[in-house]
Structures are given as structure tokens and as C-alpha cells.
Design a binder for this molecule. Structure first.
Ligand code: NDP
Length: 264
């Protein structure tokens, strides 16, 4: 118990809850096995970790002592990630072979927390501007990508103690909140990501998983642009704070990085 608590360092109470539930129901959860390699600290895998919010999440989890696996499309352009000791692995979320290779390379390694962060925002602000190649691409990256990655890594997540899946969505994916239109393709991709997450929550909740979506704010990254009011550091810190406070009752919820919940 002490080992597990130290490993989680407080951020993922879900694992502790599962341990407690297992103990109280008469089950037996063995102490972490050092030979599995992640007994000392929890492991997070973050997609799209070479820049923007993903890079900042990787930096902050690293500095907190987590084992960080940052996935990137081009491993030879991931110096920033390597600088603070994150492990770099190749992944294009639209490429099934790349996803399968990642799963094969991870083998039976435990992952406590998966953050599906990689995303794109093609500019299609009116129906007339819709380009169907861009439309298909945004769905492939923002929606199908997290489905591919989550399915491929589910055994690793099931083996981990944290059992937490965080899909980075957008406020623009809220159906209830859409009174201004525009952002064709992007809104649809994030709304679909949201309902995928609700299905995950329903299906995996009984196994002790907590699956959520989170809106990172309008963030000053390549995607958010120079006028965005929120710094990547603050967005990532807020996202980590929300994740750190999750309990089983939060399974299937929609958050902002500031810790508010959003209407679907
Ligand atoms: P950036 O544009 O700064 O970074 C996007 C990241 O996604 C990059 O690492 C990029 O890799 C990666 N990526 C793109 N396509 C793929 C792919 N096919 N396979 C794997 N990785 C890919 O975006 P942000 O950091 O701003 O956004 C991160 C997340 O936050 C996204 O899901 C976005 O939708 C969401 N978000 C952002 C907001 C903002 O204001 N910034 C607002 C609301 C939501 P590469 O460098 O190789 O292109």
C-alpha cells in the first residue's frame, strides 16, 4: 500500500480507490513488482508531445518525477522533449501501422495515464469553405486517432494502477455550447471525441477506469495563435490539477483546465 501510494504521489487517486475496493471486496492486489520497471513512479503517455500543450504537459509531469513517454511524428525533431528526460516514441495517430508499432514497442509495460492530446485545426469557418480532404483529416486525427491509440494501449492501461484516460477536447466540441457556428470539421471532431469518451467511461468504469475530456483553454500555441490569452504552462498546470483531483465519481465528465465542468 505504501509503495503504491508513493508511486502515485497523490495525483491519481483512482488507483488507490481500486486498491481499497479490491482489499475491501476480499481481492488481493500485490505490491508493485520492481521487475516491471515502473514501480518507483507512475507512467504517463502523451501524444503530440513535441510542441504546444503536449510538450508542456510532458515537461511538468517529468519535473514531478513521473515517467513520461512523449509520442511524436518525427523523433529526430524532439530535442525539447529529450532535454528533460522524457522517453520519445514515434507515433502518427492516423497511421495504423505506427500505432501497432508503438504498442509492440511498449510490449507489456504499464501505463497509468494516457493523454490523447495530438490534434489539428483546419480553418473552415463557413460551409462554403469546407474542403473535404481537410474535413476527413481533422476527423482522422482528432477523433479516429484517439480511438486507435486507446484501443491499442488498453492492455497497458489495464495493467497500470492509475487507469486514467484523458482526451483533450475543446469547448468548441460542446453541442449545448454551440450558438455561434463555424469551425466546421473541428467542432464535429471534438463532439465525436466527447461521445467516444462517454462510451469508454461506460464500458471501462466497472474496471476502475476514469475517462474524461478536458478543454485546455484558448492557449498560445501554434494552434491557438499569438493572441490566445492562456499560456501553455498555465493550461498544462490546470489540466494536471484536474487530473490529480479525479475520483471514480468523475468518470465520463467534461472539464475545463480551470476545473469547471462543461455542458455536453
Ligand atoms: P499544436 O498545434 O501546438 O500541437 C499539435 C500537436 O499534435 C503537435 O505535437 C503535432 O505534431 C501533433 N499532431 C498533429 N497531427 C498528428 C498526427 N497525425 N499524429 C500524431 N501527432 C499529431 O496544438 P496545441 O498544443 O495547441 O493543441 C493540443 C490539443 O489541444 C489539441 O487536441 C487541440 O485540439 C486542443 N485544443 C487546443 C486549443 C488551443 O487554443 N491551443 C483550444 C482547444 C483545444 P507535429 O509537430 O508532428 O505536427
Amino acid at each position: 500500500m505504501r509503495t503504491l501510494t508513493r508511486k502515485l504521489g497523490g495525483p491519481i487517486r483512482v488507483g488507490i480507490f481500486v486498491l481499497a475496493a479490491t482489499l475491501f471486496t476480499g481481492g488481493c492486489l500485490a505490491e508493485p513488482d520492481p521487475s516491471k520497471g515502473n514501480a518507483a513512479s507512475p507512467t504517463v503517455l502523451i501524444t503530440g508531445a513535441n510542441r504546444g500543450i503536449g510538450l508542456e504537459l510532458a515537461r511538468q509531469y517529468s519535473s514531478e518525477g513521473w515517467q513520461v513517454i512523449g509520442t511524436v511524428r518525427k523523433p529526430n525533431q524532439a530535442e525539447a522533449l529529450r532535454e528533460f528526460g522524457a522517453e520519445v516514441m514515434q507515433l502518427d495517430v492516423t497511421d495504423q501501422a505506427s500505432v501497432e508499432q508503438l504498442a509492440a514497442d511498449l510490449d507489456d509495460r504499464e501505463i497509468d495515464l494516457l493523454i490523447n492530446n495530438a490534434g489539428i485545426l483546419p480553418r473552415m469557418n463557413s460551409l462554403a469553405e469546407v474542403d473535404f480532404d481537410d474535413y476527413n483529416r481533422v476527423l482522422a486525427v482528432n477523433t479516429v486517432g484517439p480511438v486507435r491509440v486507446t484501443r491499442a494501449l488498453l492492455p497497458n492501461l489495464q495493467a497500470g494502477d492509475g487507469k486514467t484516460i484523458v482526451n483533450v477536447t475543446s469547448g468548441l466540441g460542446s453541442i449545448a455550447g454551440n450558438t455561434s457556428g463555424g469551425f466546421y470539421g473541428y467542432r464535429e471532431s471534438k463532439a465525436a471525441l466527447n461521445i467516444f469518451t462517454r462510451s469508454l467511461a461506460a464500458d471501462l468504469g466497472p474496471e476502475g477506469f476514469v475517462c474524461i475530456v478536458i478543454h485546455p483553454g484558448w492557449v498560445r500555441t501554434d494552434m491557438g495563435g499569438a493572441n490566445a490569452p492562456v499560456l501553455a504552462e498555465d493550461s498544462a498546470a490546470g489540466i494536471r490539477r484536474v487530473i490529480g483531483g479525479l475520483s471514480p465519481a468523475d468518470n465520463g465528465t467534461y472539464w475545463t483546465y480551470e476545473g469547471e465542468t462543461l455542458p455536453w
